[in-house]
Design a protein around this ligand. Structure first.
Ligand code: SAH
Length: 233
């Protein structure tokens, strides 16, 4: 086979299959800068969150060609029309959910698996649900390759939560819902916190903090955001 053909074929093959996870001095340096300039500078203070953002190799959750972009202050496409939030939003949502090492936490919208890895860096075991089968499978592989074996990934419609593992101290929803799904409120512990973008694709969405105190459910608007929609599987 001519060299002309052989090299593009090799590039295609390596681009298709997951490669060995690697973190380098360069990627660690980029993360340190990301935490200082994008996250701490905007007011995130929770030590668990800052340490997790420093530890999780974000570049392992996007296609290899995007490594350079992984630590930039922006959301990134992850395929199937979906996007991974910018690093600050991931950190902010995790801080507002008050995730601690002993928290039982559920994410809706696994996507790339990155937010789940941030949670898994803090808690003993994290749960995440993804509606698109290919993304659910890919998130599982990426989490495993990055060394996170403490995440359960389920392919399902996250609107209904994950009753078998409820109640949760924290629920983080990473796709915008037209209303707060009642099953998710039910699966929140007394004293639990849910962070969810509420609104439609065509309007400004609001990131909402939902807290449950006894039988009372309180909501608080946090900030305007833009997320992909929560679709019904
Ligand atoms: N948290 C992800 C990014 C999420 S993008 C990350 O860190 O990469 C939003 C994700 O929510 C998409 O992957 C989308 O497919 C998923 N999603 C949309 N509707 C859903 C539903 N009803 N249940 C579960 N996942 C859903």
């Amino acid at each position: 086979m001519s060299k002309l053909l052989f090299i593009p074929i090799l590039v295609c093959l390596f681009g298709t299959f997951p490669v060995q996870a690697k973190d380098t001095d360069r990627t660690r340096e980029l993360r340190e800068k990301m935490v200082t300039e994008q996250i701490a500078a905007r007011g995130v203070q929770d030590k668990y969150v800052l340490d997790a953002m420093r530890a999780v190799p974000r570049h392992l959750f996007i296609p290899e060609w995007g490594e350079r972009l992984a630590y930039e202050d922006r959301p990134l496409p992850i395929g199937y029309g979906q996007t991974m939030s910018q690093p600050y939003i991931v950190a902010y949502m995790t801080e507002m959910a008050k995730v601690k090492p002993d928290s039982r936490v559920l994410e809706i919208g696994a996507g790339s698996g990155y937010q789940a890895a941030v949670l898994a860096q803090i808690v003993k075991h994290a749960y995440t649900i993804e509606v698109i089968p290919q993304l659910a499978q890919q998130a599982e592989v990426r989490l495993h390759n990055a060394g996170y074996n403490n995440v359960s990934v389920k392919q399902a419609d996250g609107y209904y939560g994950w009753a078998e593992h409820a109640p949760f101290d924290a629920i983080i929803v990473t796709a915008a819902a037209p209303h707060i799904p009642p099953p998710l409120i039910e699966q929140l512990k007394d004293g639990g916190r849910m962070i969810i973008p509420v609104g439609t694709s065509y309007m400004v969405q609001m990131l909402v903090l939902v807290t449950k105190v006894g039988s009372e459910v309180r909501t608080q608007n946090l900030l305007p955001v833009r997320f992909v929609p929560l679709t019904r599987g």
